[in-house]
Design a protein around this ligand. Structure first.
Ligand code: ATP
Ligand code: MG
Length: 564
């Protein structure tokens, strides 16, 4: 089972579990579950819940089930089920064969509903959806009882069975729990527990045309699986009395404890399946796995690692109050992890030609370059050096301002892992007067990276050899939204999309060692950022690299400020 850096965590949920273990509430058992509805891909908020539920099970030597909460045929699909299974496994968690489906409990849930009817605790209501809403009342005023509330048990049994048999149209009747229309908690005002839906379900097909509501199905699914701690997000706090009501009235053997925590909100991001679906369907992104998406699939394709995501989830912790987590903390965790594991390479995004006049035309040297300067264990590779190189366009200026330390006419710089070179002349395009290449001389005495006479240079720049480097496509991803809270400004969050969230650079040159880099492999392009070989676009003629994250760490700056 996956572990995070801080594998022993403490928070209010773990405190509750400790208390239950002390008073033997569940005979020493700890059983959790992660219950996604397969109506979309998992996002980073779900990852928080995955880490929490599986993390608690691992910490207490308990179990965590993966349960598809598939009680609504609209929008659910096998594609989503498969993506969820794949994503939870990729995050590093194992449900040890306990993969369950709420749709497998339909029959038992139906029996529970019959039991409530027989005991006079549920009735078939024939008000329309609008009427039910009207009768429900408001936060300040009580509701009104349905005229169908006092149907006899026989009539209710008959109608409910005929609902199941498909005799009625959608909306004609619903089954409601008979609780209290005057309850101060609106959730308890005779909630609907079954509705007619004549839509095929991706697993049960047309077998059922009535489907249980979330509140009814969820607590009973938990009970059937003998879950001890049913952890959910805060918006279900008002539903807890109903959760307990069903389990108490049905006198089930196993009665889990529902515990609510604050969902993850992340700046510059949207974490609502409904809105993410909209981004996919309206074509604002290329799919659920677009590297700009906050989905697990998107983050994986972008080059985020499961370790970085788990570490992020451990660092944000769990709390009772909603707050907004700064996305730069997530980026910081990704950088921190890739800094350790990503081999260093050289790649030039916008190539600029450099000719070394005094270097022999046919000569090629192979420089032995460390894959990780701080970790000799990661070995080294050969990088060919020759007379004509490419450097980064922005590393040269013809008329540099005072503080420009890189290459300029008359200036000397160090080539990473190589010689000092000095710019002696420039070649201009006669039409545009733009500098198109520069000529340099190299100092053969500086092969070690230092000059025997002790003279210093102000900068070290990266480079590739023109004849030996290979072409590559690089996708520079940035944040998907341009404002911290994309849903704040009125309704259309798509207006807040960052128009510069993707820049594709097609004429890049990278060192030859990258020719056969496997899909998904990760690198630090020195001085530029972390990149991974796009795992999807393997059919490309040239390798395509996704920028995972830049080298600049705004989070480090923020937390530094906080300390002062
Ligand atoms: P959304 O609001 O995005 O539609 P959901 O809550 O409807 O999400 P589910 O598939 O029901 O999605 O979620 C599965 C589990 O993940 C639930 O236990 C839910 O509480 C949890 N979860 C969903 N979003 C978040 C979030 N932002 N932070 C933490 N946990 C979350
Ligand atoms: Mg939900």
């Amino acid at each position: 089972m996956a572990q995070t850096n801080s594998s022993i965590l403490s928070d209010f949920i773990r405190d509750i579990i400790d208390e239950h273990l002390r008073n033997n509430r569940f005979q020493g058992r700890v059983a959790t579950r992660f219950p996604p509805e397969p109506n979309g891909y998992l996002h980073i908020g779900h990852a928080k819940s995955v880490c929490l539920n599986f993390g608690i099970a691992a910490q207490y030597g308990g179990t965590c089930n993966l349960r598809m909460d598939d009680t609504d045929p609209s929008g659910e699909s096998l594609e989503y089920v498969e993506s969820i299974i794949n994503d939870v496994r990729w995050l590093g968690f194992d449900w040890e064969g306990r993969l369950y489906y709420a749709s497998d409990y339909y029959k038992q849930l139906y029996q529970y509903a019959l039991q409530l009817i027989k005991e006079g605790k549920a009735y078939v209501c024939s008000l329309s959806a609008d009427e039910i809403r009207e009768y429900r009342g408001t936060l300040s005023g009580p509701g009104q009882e349905s005229p169908y509330r006092n149907r006899s048990v026989e009539e209710n049994m008959d109608l409910f069975e005929r609902m199941r048999a498909g005799e009625f149209e959608e909306g004609a009747h619903v089954l409601r729990a008979k609780i209290d229309m005057a309850s101060p908690n609106i959730t308890m005002r005779d909630p609907v527990i079954y509705r007619i839906k004549k839509e095929p379900h991706y697993r049960t097909g047309n077998k059922w045309c009535i489907y249980p509501m979330y509140d009814f199905a969820h607590c009973l699914s938990d009970s059937i699986e003998r879950i001890t701690h049913s952890i959910c997000t805060l918006e279900f706090e008002n539903n807890r009395p109903l959760y307990d009501w069903f389990l108490d009235e049905l006198r089930v053997e196993s009665h889990p404890q529902q515990i609510e925590f604050a969902r993850l909100n992340l700046s510059y991001t949207i974490l609502s399946k409904r809105r993410l679906i909209e981004l996919v369907e309206r074509g604002f992104v290329t799919g659920w796995d677009d590297p700009r998406m906050p989905t697990v699939a998107g983050m994986r394709r972008r080059g985020y690692t499961p370790e970085a995501i788990r570490n992020f989830c451990a660092r944000i912790g769990v709390a009772k109050n909603e707050n907004l987590v700064d996305i730069s903390l997530l980026e910081h965790c990704v950088r921190e992890d890739l800094n350790e594991r990503a081999p260093r390479v050289m790649g030039v995004l916008k190539p600029f030609r450099v000719v070394i006049d005094n270097y022999p035309e046919d000569q090629v040297e192979e420089f032995d370059c460390p894959n990780h300067p701080q970790n000799p264990g990661m070995g080294s590779r050969k990088v060919p050096f020759s007379r004509i190189l490419y450097i980064e366009q922005e590393d040269f200026m013809e008329n540099p301002p005072k503080k420009f330390y890189r290459l300029a006419p008359g200036k000397e710089v160090r080539l990473r892992y190589g010689y000092f070179i000095k710019c002696v002349s420039v070649v201009k395009d006669p039409k545009t007067n733009e500098v198109v290449e520069v000529h340099c001389t190299y100092d053969p005495e500086t092969r070690s990276g230092f000059a025997p006479d002790g003279r210093k240079v102000d900068a070290t720049i990266h480079w590739v050899s023109e004849n030996h480097s290979i072409s590559a496509e690089v996708r520079l991803y940035d944040r998907l939204f341009q404002v911290a809270d994309p849903t704040a400004e009125g309704d259309d969050f798509t207006k807040q999309l960052n128009p510069k969230s993707l820049e594709v650079v097609t004429s890049c040159r990278v060192e030859p060692s990258l020719a056969n880099a496997p899909p998904g492999s990760q690198f630090q392009f020195e001085r530029i950022g972390y990149f991974c070989v796009d795992p999807v676009a393997s059919s490309h003629k040239v390798p395509a690299f996704n920028r995972t994250v830049t080298l600049r760490d705004t989070w480090a700056k923020i937390s530094e400020k906080g300390k002062r």
